[in-house]
Ligand binder design. Sequence first.
Ligand code: GLN
Length: 284
Amino acid sequence: MKLFEVFKEAVKELSKAGITKPKTDAEIIISHVLRISRVDIYLNRNQDISFEDIKTIMKMIESRKKLTPIEYIIGYKYFWGLKFKVREGVLIPRFDTESLIEMAKKICKNPKYILDIGTGSGIIGITLKKIFPNSYVVMSDISDTAIDLCKENIVNILGNTDGVDVIKSDIFDNIWECIGWGKFDLIISNPPYISLKDYDNLPEEVKKEPISALYGGVLGIDFYVKIADKANEFLTKEGKIILEVGDEIQAKRVKKIFYLKNFRNFITFRDINQKVRGVVVINY
Ligand code: GLN
């Protein structure tokens, strides 16, 4: 079969299944399997495709028809220009989260100890280690699947495990194992923050991602409460906490939660789409 025939067939199958961007998804899958760029699909229309490759492509198309997110199918997602492996059972990185990295760059000068709570694939911690190479970055998650994936991404992206630690922990539970009773200059997290109401309304596709990485309790604030509870024990005197949030109302709630724990200095920040995306809590 010729490349353009395979492409046409893939688009047809995806359209039939009601996939919203059949062409884009077909391009992503085909270019991934054939290890070519997306424009090459159009430039090499008459290239013969091997039976093996057709089988692989069509298997992926079948999986996409069942609404498996494209990132799980091809197995990676770019974040801050770095290529992170992703797989089922772990949240797919969102570009919105890059606004937390920008904030960290803006407000931190050579942080010595950084803690990324609920790291998932490791995007925040690994990116920060790239930006602050002299820091010691602890990445934690409660999920074994996430821990394994995070370790793979560390080796792939950082090349070694110097100055980083990955630990299985529910929020702060086991963190002392990494830096003793020392404290962090920066605690950063994109915790699960989808409320009960919003979870029900999520697209089917997003529901293929682990509920444990999305659902944050009835109001979506359970994890902020847990972080606020012990933040003081783990934060240096002028330390900062950067938290992703879902919207402006949640940002207000987060500030209230930390206010009740005697924190007084906050910055609310927006993502690239001008949506409220995070809160900084400053400890002074
Ligand atoms: N931003 C994600 C979404 O809207 C949610 C991630 C999270 O709960 N931390 O699907």
